[in-house]
Every structure is written in C-alpha cells, then in structure tokens.
Design a binder for this molecule. Structure first.
Ligand code: DC
Length: 223
C-alpha cells in the first residue's frame, strides 16, 4: 500500500513550497498538478488558441502529451510533447490561461489518469485544486490550505520581484481574486474543501509552521 497526501487550495496559498518541504521530509514523490495544467495552457497559448474556444481546445487535446520527469535533485520537470517546458510555465500569463482552460472537461480528462496512476505506484504528495475531492478521494490525509487574498497577492508579488520581473501588486491581487472565482465556480471538479480535509489558514503562519503541522498530523494518523 502507498500513502497519499492531498493538498488543495487557491492560488498563492503556499501549496507548492510547503508540499515540497513535506515531501522531502517524508521521502514522498511530489506531484504539482498545477504545472500539468500550465503545460497544456502553454500549448494553447503558443498555438494562439482562445482559452474560451472549447471546440478548438477539445480538437487539440488528443495531440497533447504531458508527462512528468524528475531531475537529479528530485525536482519535477514537466514534459510537453517531448519538450521540457518547466522554464516557461511560471508566468502570470500561463497561470491565468491555465485557470481558464482547466475548466474544459477534455483538458481535465487528459491529465486525470496520469495523476491517479502516479499515486498507485509511489508514496505521493499531490497538490492542486481537486485532489482531495476528485483525483484521490481516498487519500490518506487531505489538507485544504488557504490564506487571505491580500496575503497571497503579497507573497506572489515578492516571488515575482525576486525573480526580477516587474509587476503590480494591485493587478496581482485582482488576478488572484479572478482566479479563485474561476477555479471555485467551474462545473467540473471545482476548487472546494473536501469534507474530510483539514483546513489550514496560512495567513499568519510561516512555511515551517504549516509543514510541521501537516507532518505531525501525518504521523499521528499513521499510528
Ligand atoms: O496551482 P497553479 O497556480 O500552478 O495552477 C494553475 C491553474 O491550473 C489553476 O488556476 C487551476 C488549474 N488547476 C486545476 O484546475 N486543478 C488542479 N488540480 C491544479 C491546477
């Protein structure tokens, strides 16, 4: 039997930073499902397809193959039709497109089997929007990680400016609120807290505090 931990929550709640830390501490494989949706969004952007053109997107889906690989440091790499696109998916443009195209059933169907299959073969920590509710409903531990939109915007702003990107805090906050709206209100696999998920609000918590709380909860349940 393999253990699985699901971490869901809105954009910028700190899921990936915290998830990486927990996975490395517990020796689990970390799967960032947002990166898979971003890879598909990058494909549509490169082809100049409108994210709301469901028909065009459905027609492209059979020709898109997303897979994951891990480099020598264990960092996840996203492969799109044979190309490692990891360096190109972390922009606001790709994130916003991913939020739009992730609402299309054909896009979600293209990624679901891959995500479920990974949990069958390894101890896994998977983060996203619908992991506890849809992808791994039987996950051993489910966390719903959130923080206020202001705190999330501020974190993303710092992350981007550290990378040398120029950005506007109020624009980021606006985008985050819009992304929450899209992710929570779509018909298929919307972002919501699973009934059996533990709610963690990280607004006033450090990364270490959240990671330690999740690790403690995991060991507690394992006993
Ligand atoms: O976590 P992120 O910002 O990398 O995710 C980008 C978008 O992908 C997010 O706004 C919605 C979508 N997504 C999703 O619909 N389901 C997931 N499990 C993960 C991400």
């Amino acid at each position: 039997m393999h253990y699985s931990i699901a971490i869901d929550g809105p954009a910028g709640a700190g899921k990936s930073t915290i998830a990486k830390r927990i996975a490395s501490e517990l020796g689990f494989i970390y799967v960032d499902t947002g990166a898979m949706y971003r890879a598909m969004a990058l494909y549509f952007l490169r082809k100049g397809i409108d994210g709301h053109d469901t028909q065009a997107i459905e027609a492209e889906c059979p020709g898109i193959k997303v897979s994951l690989a891990y480099d020598e440091e264990g960092k996840q790499q996203v492969i799109l039709n044979g190309e490692n696109v990891t360096p190109y998916i972390r922009t606001e443009e790709v994130g916003n497109m991913a939020s739009v195209t992730a609402a299309i059933p054909a896009v979600r169907a293209a990624l679901l089997d891959l995500q479920r299959g990974m949990a069958e073969t390894s101890d896994i920590l998977m983060d996203g929007r619908d992991i506890g509710t849809h992808v791994l409903p039987g996950a051993f531990l489910k966390i719903y990680l959130t923080a206020s939109p202001q705190v999330r915007a501020r974190r993303r702003y710092l992350e981007l400016t550290e990378k040398g990107e120029t950005c506007d805090l109020s624009q980021i906050e606006h985008d985050i609120i819009e992304r929450d709206r899209q992710d929570m209100n779509r018909e298929i696999a919307p972002l919501k807290q699973a009934e059996d998920a533990l709610l963690v609000d990280s607004s006033d918590m450090s990364i270490e505090e959240v990671a330690d709380a999740v690790i403690a909860e995991f060991h507690n349940r394992k006993q």
